[in-house]
Ligand binder design. Structure first.
Ligand SMILES: [Zn+2]
Ligand SMILES: [Zn+2]
Length: 204
């Protein structure tokens, strides 16, 4: 991915269950909704803990536009020192003025979006992150094929699946092994709840 010097991402509108409702809620507000059309949950544009805005996807770059000018000093070709005052006089060719350009973002076309799991300002999980772990833990608690030891192990490992830490691949592997003993409904349900790259599915 190519990253411009300024962060061109706009504020996303996401529902409490994590559906991306509007990728650029201020720059292109026509898709904003009070409720999610997929699940009817309320939508938010900021962290409910610290009010920092939720970052949307990276916009595509639509071209360049002039952004002021820059003066480039001429070639340096020597210096003379005044015998009388000792002042150094640098000798340069004529300077040139060039136009600077900046990227023009298109807020209709976006790069792939992986919705954030945690707030980048306060580090708290977003509501959809907490909801997906809780839903997964509920599924596990109700599975009759799993022993109490298996359930406790899943309970402990599931939160690691929504974060991307060095422990995540090992936790995912343990979850996978325990899930082989679980009912199909639990395993399938868990894949829906936990959107993890290690689980073979991406956030949508
Ligand atoms: Zn939704
Ligand atoms: Zn926050």
């Amino acid at each position: 991915m190519y990253l411009p010097k300024e962060d061109l991402r706009d504020t996303a509108q996401v529902c409490l269950n994590g559906h991306l409702v509007s990728p650029a809620s201020t720059k292109n507000p026509i898709y904003n909704k009070r409720y999610c059309e997929q699940c009817s949950a309320s939508t938010v544009t900021s962290c409910q803990n610290c009010a920092a805005l939720v970052k949307g996807p990276y916009p595509a770059i639509d071209g360049k536009e002039p952004d002021g000018t820059e003066t480039i000093p001429g070639f340096y070709f020597g210096a003379s020192v005044s015998r009388r005052t000792g002042t150094v006089n640098h000798m340069r060719g004529p300077s040139t003025t060039v136009t600077k350009y900046k990227d023009v973002p298109s807020y209709e076309v976006f790069e792939d979006y992986q919705r954030p799991n945690f707030c980048g300002e306060c580090g708290q999980p977003y509501p959809w992150t907490t909801a997906s772990v809780e839903a997964a833990q509920e599924l596990v608690a109700e599975d009759e094929n799993l022993s109490e030891v298996d359930k406790a192990s899943l309970d402990k490992d599931l939160p690691a699946l929504v974060s991307d830490t060095p422990q995540t691949p090992a936790a995912t592997e343990r979850v996978r092994k325990v899930l082989e003993k679980a009912g199909n409904a639990t395993a399938d349900g868990l894949r829906v709840c936990i959107k993890s790259q290690y689980f073979g599915n991406k956030a949508s």
